[in-house]
Design a protein around this ligand. Structure first.
Ligand SMILES: *[C@@H]1O[C@H](CO)[C@@H](O)[C@H](O)[C@H]1NC(C)=O
Ligand SMILES: *[C@@H]1O[C@H](CO)[C@@H](O)[C@H](O)[C@H]1NC(C)=O
Ligand SMILES: *[C@@H]1O[C@H](CO)[C@@H](O)[C@H](O)[C@H]1NC(C)=O
Length: 404
């Protein structure tokens, strides 16, 4: 079975989350020493691409409109610079992070507490479903940073429990959700409590629907746009689909393995469970493989990924890692064992960061259930995917200078 509990490796390595970075380190930003301590204790090694793009902009006080999803280091991208900017000697609330769910609120405030531990920054997480009385008590002591869901935060503003006069930094995380019809009114009301001038607004959003654009136009001052998806391209990647039934997928994969000249391949599934099951099946088939999924801790993921990069294994089965194009030079075949539901995910799985001009092959296993997504993705990405031919021309994906 794809052994993700690989032995500890002594080498420093970079995960796919940070592969496409420019090589910046956290020292480069001149952050407060006590913040750097928190960063390293949390195990952040290097800034991820979204962090590289965001941290200095936030430090400079710019408004930000960033396209980013969970799992890319997004939270750190705003928390690190925000915590650096908070004046601990000032007991006022200076920063507010709004998120759409209690879980995300808890998780984000936990990260903020961990990062800010040595700075002695006081963080309060406040969401519906907990006692308002407790929250009121907590605001009797110093609070520098509030993380919460819109309903409760608004409630506390209405009651005068959260004093907003010195809130200078505001993050809308998952802004596409926060600005949909459910929350929008409350968000607007929260904004109306904030100082008119000198506040820094930061939006992190997976997509930019009209509601986000409207908000940006209305409230933001020439936001810096950060969109790492812009840099992905499908150039050089030949894409095919095989239309089949769910139960035939494994047989199809077997055929592909026997027919294709795979140097290394990445095989995507849509769930953690399916990754584990498929990795086992592939191994049982006699083709050893590794797997990585989003429920594994970062450390294990890093280890597996590093070993894969060292070509210890030919196949890697994984869920979406929410990364910029997975740039392993020796991967010449990507297989969507499960077809994704969005063009963004498709692009992330198959796209390349456009360097090197290497060739590759992408094979999509498509079932009846995927037909809508398939045509939508073709349309949105302006591509045309052909049915997989009987024989695939090797020159499309095999480096002919090195015949194996
Ligand atoms: C909006 O805010 C009010 C008052 O705080 C709250 O009762 C309500 O649940 C909020 N709505 C949403 C969708 O969060
Ligand atoms: C797939 O995406 C479409 C359009 O965004 C959405 O309406 C649909 O609910 C999604 N389906 C699944 C299974 O996530
Ligand atoms: C496979 O990967 C090796 C290692 O980088 C590379 O040298 C070789 O060109 C690749 N072979 C093919 C057939 O793509």
């Amino acid at each position: 079975m794809g052994d993700h509990q690989a032995p500890a490796m002594s080498t420093q390595f970079r995960t796919d989350d940070v592969l496409a970075t420019k090589g910046t380190t956290f020292e480069d930003y001149g952050l407060k020493r006590d913040l750097q301590k928190g960063i390293y204790q949390l195990g952040f090694e290097r800034p991820t691409p979204i962090q590289e793009e965001s941290i200095s902009e936030v430090l400079l006080g710019h408004d930000i409109l960033a396209r980013a999803k969970n799992g890319t280091g997004k939270t750190g991208a705003y928390l690190v610079p925000m915590l650096n900017r908070i004046d601990v000697d000032n007991p006022a609330v200076q920063a507010l992070v709004l998120v759409p769910t209690r879980e995300l609120s808890l998780q984000t405030s936990k990260t903020a507490k961990d990062l800010g531990k040595f700075l002695n920054i006081q963080v309060v997480c406040t969401t519906g479903g907990t006692s308002v009385r407790d929250d009121i008590l907590r605001f009797k002591s110093t609070v520098h940073l509030v993380v919460g869901t819109p309903g409760r935060v608004l409630d506390l503003l209405d009651r005068g429990v959260i004093r907003s006069a010195e809130i200078e930094m505001v993050v809308l995380d998952e802004a596409d959700k926060l600005l949909d019809r459910t929350f929008q009114r409350n968000i607007t009301r929260i904004i109306s409590y904030l100082p008119r001038q000198d506040k820094q607004l930061m939006l992190f959003s997976a997509t930019f629907p009209q509601s986000v654009k409207d908000f940006t136009r209305r409230y933001m001052r020439q936001p810096k746009k950060i969109n790492l998806m812009d840099t992905l391209t499908l150039k050089g990647v030949t894409q095919y689909y095989a239309f089949l039934e769910e139960k035939d997928k494994l047989r199809c994969l077997k055929t592909l393995f026997s027919k294709l000249q795979i140097n290394q391949s990445i095989i995507f599934c849509n769930s953690v469970k399916r990754v584990e099951v498929l990795a086992k099946r592939i191994t049982d088939m006699g083709s050893p493989c590794f797997y990585i999924h989003s429920s594994m801790d970062q450390d294990s993921r890093n280890k597996v990924f590093q070993q894969f990069r060292e070509r210890k294994c030919r196949h890697l089965v994984c869920t979406d890692l929410f990364t910029r194009g997975i740039d392993v030079p020796t991967v010449n075949v990507v297989i969507n064992f499960d077809f994704p539901n969005s063009s963004e995910t498709y692009l992330h799985r198959i796209g390349r960061s456009g360097r090197g001009g290497r060739l590759g092959l992408a094979i999509n296993l498509v079932t009846q259930a995927n037909t809508e997504a398939f045509s939508r993705i073709e349309r949105e990405l302006n591509i045309h995917i052909d049915a997989v031919p009987e024989e695939i021309d090797k020159s499309l994906y095999v480096d002919s200078s090195v015949a194996e």
